[in-house]
Design a protein around this ligand. Structure first.
Ligand SMILES: *Cc1c(COP(=O)(O)O)cnc(C)c1O
Length: 455
């Protein structure tokens, strides 16, 4: 016999709440001993007999919790990582109980309706064209894929070629242009779309990693231009207005990778960075980054829904689709969870002002830290216009040592990168949970790690 859901869920909620409350005191990165303890505890064969559910949950908490990375807390600055707003964690728990399959209106009318509203709100927030289609996907990688697949369809259709029917054998060549500092996901996705990495046309960038509009090659034939709202290191935005105008004049499709940068549109003080991006044809972003919803949650927008449908739609007799707008026709997924429950909860909980405040607060925190580090003689390599800070501590070896020292201390977590030929440390401030207190602790930890290397 299994326990009642009520007891178990209450236990899970209590354990989750205790975990989050204890996060401030937890090592930001798990200690090796805690990871090894988990590894040892998990080492065993699938048990022949059942285990009481309460015991299963206890195991997860006892061995799993200490081995987690405290990215839900306020001092995790690796990659671009949001936390999860309280309303979204709660919504996620409820939605898990609902266990809706969000692939179509028929499979879950509730999911389809939350999808619709969340997408409408986001489209308005980002200032994207009213006709553009939006859908929830696993992350910005999948959102980039959706936009690029729609793009491939459209540019080939204009050349009289149906790529979904004919494939690429004998097809007109598709040119994909990207910035020299394009995100790694595009390098991964291009070959999946039949465009080898060696054939990507890499457009030179400026000192902040922005694509140079004056260096955009002439456009001939079916062409996709990928631009960035938010360079993954510097946070810099490509000059979209000029790039979109040039690309469109040549008949190209413009796709925007705005995994975290698109959220700048939420802030009046940062919205200027988004100038011209709404003129593009498709956009990819992440909600699990700056909107601070639980993993996994990306969003894809495509202006021409017909192009997206041509690339993604499905037909099978048992699906009986068509009467409604079904997610399965505009994403690569079939069965999937309803990510819009969390996204709607985040937007409803914050409101426009709350979201603007979150974006501005993180940007101000990044600027504060950059200034503090710079005042202490540490080299800040980027213009801190958004939430990203890139710093170096002398030579590559010294910088690497400081990063390892800082990570070892576990008061905060920052990752490394190579930028413009140098080893650097990246600090990405993207969490609702980060307080000024967290920033002060982080500054002190960085200065201590930088100081240690000198002695
Ligand atoms: C994070 C990121 C991606 C990939 O997003 P996932 O959610 O990890 O799939 C793509 N582009 C940029 C600029 C990013 O920051």
């Amino acid at each position: 016999m299994k326990e009642s859901n009520g007891t178990l869920l209450a236990d899970a909620a209590r354990r989750g709440a205790d975990y989050l409350e204890g996060l401030r005191r937890k090592a930001v990165y798990p200690r090796d001993a805690d990871v090894e303890r988990l590894r040892a505890a998990l080492d065993g064969d699938l048990p022949a007999d059942s285990t009481p559910d309460a015991e299963v949950l206890r195991f997860l908490d006892e061995y799993g919790s200490p081995a987690t990375v405290a990215s839900a807390g306020g001092r995790y600055f690796g990659f671009v990582t949001g936390g999860a707003l309280p309303a979204t964690v709660a919504a996620h728990v409820l939605a898990t109980a609902w266990d809706q399959n969000a692939f179509s209106f028929t499979s879950s009318p509730a999911a389809a309706l939350f999808d619709e509203t969340a997408i409408r709100w986001l489209r308005e927030l980002f200032g994207l064209p009213a006709e553009s289609s939006g859908s929830f996907v696993v992350g910005a990688s999948a959102a980039n894929f959706a936009g690029l697949a729609a793009a491939r369809h459209a540019v080939l259709a204009r050349a009289g070629w149906n790529v979904e029917e004919q494939g690429l054998r004998g097809a007109p060549e598709v040119t994909m242009m990207v910035g020299a500092e394009v995100h790694a996901t595009i390098n991964k996705l291009a070959p999946l779309l039949g465009i080898g990495r060696a054939h990507l046309v890499r457009v030179p960038v400026d000192g902040q990693g922005r694509m140079r509009a004056d260096r955009l090659p002439g456009i001939r034939g079916p062409t996709i231009l990928v631009i960035q709202a938010g360079n993954v290191n510097s946070g810099a935005f490509d000059p979209a207005r000029e790039l979109v105008a040039q690309a469109h004049a040549g008949g190209a499709w413009v796709h925007v990778d705005g995994a975290f940068g698109l959220w700048a549109a939420a802030s009046e003080r940062r919205a200027h960075l988004m100038d011209g991006f709404a003129g593009a044809d498709s956009w990819a972003t992440d909600a699990h980054k700056w909107l601070n919803v639980p993993y996994d949650c990306g969003i894809s927008f495509v202006r021409d829904e017909d192009a997206l449908r041509a690339a993604m739609s499905i037909s099978a007799d048992y699906l009986l689709l068509g009467k409604h707008r079904d997610a399965i026709d505009i994403t690569i997924d079939g069965s999937r969870r309803a990510r819009s429950f969390d996204v709607w909860a985040a937007l409803r909980s914050l409101g426009r002002r709350g979201l603007a405040e979150l974006v501005d607060r993180n940007c101000d925190q990044a600027a504060w830290l950059a200034q503090e580090l710079s005042a202490a003689g540490i080299e800040v390599l980027n213009e801190v216009a958004l939430n990203q800070v890139v710093v170096a501590f002398g030579s590559d070896e010294q910088t690497l040592r400081v990063i390892l020292e800082l990570q070892e201390a576990r008061a905060c977590w920052c990752g490394g990168t190579r930028w413009h030929g140098r080893q650097a440390m990246r600090i990405s401030v993207s969490s609702w949970a980060t307080t000024q207190d967290d920033m002060t602790i982080t500054r002190n930890a960085i200065l201590a790690a930088a100081g240690t290397r000198r002695t």
